[in-house]
Ligand binder design. Structure first.
Ligand SMILES: NC(=O)C1=CN([C@@H]2O[C@H](COP(=O)(O)OP(=O)(O)OC[C@H]3O[C@@H](n4cnc5c(N)ncnc54)[C@H](OP(=O)(O)O)[C@@H]3O)[C@@H](O)[C@H]2O)C=CC1
Ligand SMILES: O=C(O)[C@@H]1CCC=N1
Length: 290
């Protein structure tokens, strides 16, 4: 089944990530494409939520740019060509198996960002004609600085793939990997902004401890992390090379680095990703009854 040139996109579950992705796409449609323009451009957007509080937030953020449906997922999916699944992992089975949903899902493309929910699980709950792509984005998609990894099974069409890659490329970087890597991607890249913010906050605390005003500490820490990260991405240099270039023999940086190593910062951070990956792999296992 091929996609229409101007597909309708339904964001099913429009919370933190749904809004981040939707705002990134809407922003990107207002700027001229840097590369080859996409062959498929979504023209209509639907957001589905179940509660008034989320609905209010969406109204305030998107106003008349989208159609908002509260407690009517079946209608939202029926109207759409592509469903961006952004609910919590625990409710997805209930949503996909709701009365009327199977018919609405016939021949549609689902792009799921749910942590820990596998393509096989989604196939089990959706009709056999539904194509499924799994994606793991992160919150910086909100400012179009995101990272998304996609897994596209072989039954997806060229259009399905290219549309999905286009969507997430407009929100930052995007790449394709085999599904077996997606839990590690979730632990590193999906959760990563939270881990990075703890590091950032701690660095700023150090500055505050040494007398810097809080907002200066935060600006310096954020810009140091952003600058270092951009150097890695832009130059392709190994982080150790960049670290060594900062480290003057007998200077203050090596003094600070040894203190970090005494605190086992490397194994602590690496084990953080190990633990987050392990938990991510279990998130699809618990499905709520209601
Ligand atoms: N947060 C993150 O950084 C990332 C999250 N993810 C994944 O994204 C998904 C969403 O996470 P996040 O955005 O943080 O979660 P939120 O809780 O912010 O958003 C979930 C949304 O789903 C809606 N929802 C819940 N139940 C239903 C229902 N029955 N029908 C329709 N809508 C419903 C909620 O609306 P209402 O309250 O009105 O019910 C809410 O808008 C998760 O699966 C997570 O694993 C992936 C990458 C990063
Ligand atoms: O914490 C979570 O479960 C989600 C998945 C990745 C980021 N947040």
């Amino acid at each position: 089944m091929s996609l229409p040139t101007n597909p309708t996109l339904c964001v099913l579950g429009c919370g933190t990530m749904g809004r981040a992705i939707l705002s990134g796409i809407l922003d990107s449609l207002n700027v001229a494409p840097a590369n080859e323009p996409p062959t498929l451009i979504p023209k209509k957007f639907i957001a589905c939520v179940s509660g008034e509080e989320s609905a209010q937030r969406i109204k305030e953020e998107f106003n008349d740019k989208i159609t908002l449906l509260v407690g009517n997922n079946v209608e939202g999916v029926k109207e759409a060509d592509i469903i961006l699944l952004c609910t919590k992992p625990q409710v997805v089975k209930t949503i996909l198996t709701e009365e009327g949903m199977q018919k609405s899902l016939e021949n549609k493309l689902i792009i799921s960002i749910l942590a820990g929910v596998t393509i096989d699980q989604l196939k089990e709950w959706a009709p056999s004609s539904t194509r499924i792509i799994r994606a793991m984005p992160n919150t910086p998609c909100m400012i179009r600085e995101g990272m998304t990894v996609l897994s596209c099974p072989t039954d997806c069409s060229k259009d399905d793939r290219s549309f999905s890659i286009w969507v997430f490329s407009t929100l930052g970087r995007a790449r394709i990997l085999d599904e077996k890597h997606l839990d590690a991607v979730t632990g590193l890249s999906g959760s990563g902004p939270a881990f990075a913010c703890v590091v950032l906050e701690a660095l700023a605390d150090g500055g505050v401890m040494m007398g810097l005003p809080r907002e200066v500490g935060l600006e310096l820490a954020a810009q140091a992390l952003q600058g270092a990260a951009r150097m890695v991405l832009k130059t392709g240099k190994h982080p150790a090379e960049i670290k060594d270039s900062v480290t003057t023999p007998g200077g203050c940086t090596i003094a600070g680095l040894l203190t970090m190593e005494d605190g086992k910062i490397r194994s602590t951070l690496a084990r953080t990703i190990q633990e987050a990956t392990q938990v991510a792999s279990t998130l699809g296992n618990i499905q709520s009854k209601k």
